[in-house]
Design a protein around this ligand. Structure first.
Ligand SMILES: NC(=O)C1=CN([C@@H]2O[C@H](COP(=O)(O)OP(=O)(O)OC[C@H]3O[C@@H](n4cnc5c(N)ncnc54)[C@H](OP(=O)(O)O)[C@@H]3O)[C@@H](O)[C@H]2O)C=CC1
Ligand SMILES: CC(=O)N[C@@H](CCC(=O)OP(=O)(O)O)C(=O)O
Length: 342
């Protein structure tokens, strides 16, 4: 029998990508589609790329509308998931694409999001140690932020194997869709086109505590993280460069062998052949993270570069991957493993 899913936030970027993937998922039947100000309109007025759902009515986001589904995806702005999730029973798998349930530390949530913490759910980054086991059979999933997805995967194997010191620097170039659809002055075409700009500089981006949480868990000790996002004039994609001081005597061969062991059997992480470097373009629409490692021997630093599509592996694809695990389906079901080129 098909898995009946509802999507709250269906008119947004994350909801739109999710529906694109769910339309191609063989086990899924798409039920209620909800939003806020767009309620009462047709989905085709907001998501021109979702032809088969074009005539579907967008409903209000209420517990009543979302009831009666096996899976409910919440692709809502931060702070809106807790209340609605509390009204959905444990018989429903609720998958939060927002930040509300990612952090384990309530005081970190209050500091970075300046609101009451909604709680902590199993974290939907299956490639992290122990994550798959926690996702199997769960009724609640917190989908990671798009930056922590790439940055955490870039550094986890090195930190777990103590190849680097626990002081890491992460710089991520991102496309504009990461900011969502709503109008923001710094995202106007004339501000973004032909220019790249850093933001959230100096340890102020709210994904910093998520990085610290993930990387400290894999390292088994506190990891300090300096994270800087850079906005670039492209709609999709994140290119992350992560560096850390090498531990004594670590060579490129050791690094490469460690990453091959960590990701060799991972369906959605591709360690590229020697000499090939990740590009965002090659990941567009796919659920892949492409990765390359290097050792800067003069500076004695590990350098890892990885690329992903912020809306696919960075949000909606990661959500579907975790749904598959929670429901006991093959993990790769319905998820694209190839990008589009050129
Ligand atoms: N974009 C990305 O790359 C990523 C996004 N996310 C997270 O996913 C979530 C959605 O992001 P994104 O799609 O980019 O945002 P958008 O602004 O593009 O879409 C937001 C959606 O939420 C709906 N909405 C807004 N307010 C409410 C409300 N009070 N109740 C119910 N629905 C509401 C909107 O409906 P309406 O049309 O009616 O306004 C719209 O469907 C966010 O939490 C975001 O942080 C996570 C990782 C990456
Ligand atoms: C370009 C841009 O603005 N990107 C967003 C990334 C949002 C995201 O991935 O995640 P959550 O909001 O779900 O944490 C930002 O930096 O806030």
């Amino acid at each position: 029998m098909a898995v009946k899913v509802a999507v709250a936030g269906a008119t947004g970027y994350a909801g739109g990508e999710l529906l694109r993937l769910l339309l191609a998922h063989p086990e899924v039947e798409i039920g209620a589609l909800t939003a806020a100000s767009s309620a009462g309109t047709l989905l085709g007025q907001h998501q021109a790329h979702l032809g088969p759902l074009s005539d579907r009515l967008v409903q209000e986001t209420t517990a009543e509308t979302l009831a009666g589904h096996d899976v409910v995806f919440l692709a809502l702005p931060h702070g809106h998931s807790g209340e609605i999730a509390a009204q959905l029973g444990e018989g429903t798998l609720v998958i939060d694409l927002g930040a509300d349930h990612r952090l384990t530390d309530s005081s970190a949530w209050e500091r970075w999001y300046a609101s009451e913490h909604a709680g902590t759910w199993p974290y939907g980054l299956p490639e992290l140690p122990g994550a798959r086991e926690r996702l199997q059979g769960t009724a609640r999933i917190a989908v990671p932020g798009c930056f922590p997805t790439g940055g955490s995967l870039a550094l986890a194997p090195a930190l777990a194997a103590e190849l680097v010191l626990p002081e890491v620097t992460i710089v991520s170039v991102t496309g504009t869709s990461g900011a969502g659809k709503s109008l923001k002055p710094h995202l106007l075409g004339s501000e973004v086109m032909g220019s790249a700009s850093a933001y959230g500089v100096g340890g102020t981006h709210r994904h910093t505590p998520e990085f610290v949480q993930n990387l400290s868990a894999v390292a088994g000790r506190a990891v300090s993280v300096s994270f800087t996002p850079v906005l670039a004039p492209m709609p999709r994609g994140i290119l992350t460069t992560a560096t850390a001081p090498l531990a004594e005597g670590v060579t490129l061969e050791t690094v490469r062998a460690t990453y091959e062991k960590a990701y060799g059997t991972e369906p959605f992480v591709s360690l590229l052949p020697d000499g090939a470097w990740p590009t965002t373009a090659a990941t567009v629409g796919s659920n892949m993270v492409t990765m390359q490692v290097a050792v800067d021997s003069d500076a004695q630093r590990l350098v890892v570069v990885c690329a992903l599509d912020n809306l696919t592996k960075g949000t909606a694809g990661g959500a579907v991957q975790s749904m598959n695990i929670a429901l006991g389906l093959p993990e790769t079901t319905g998820l694209p493993m190839t990008g589009v080129a050129p």
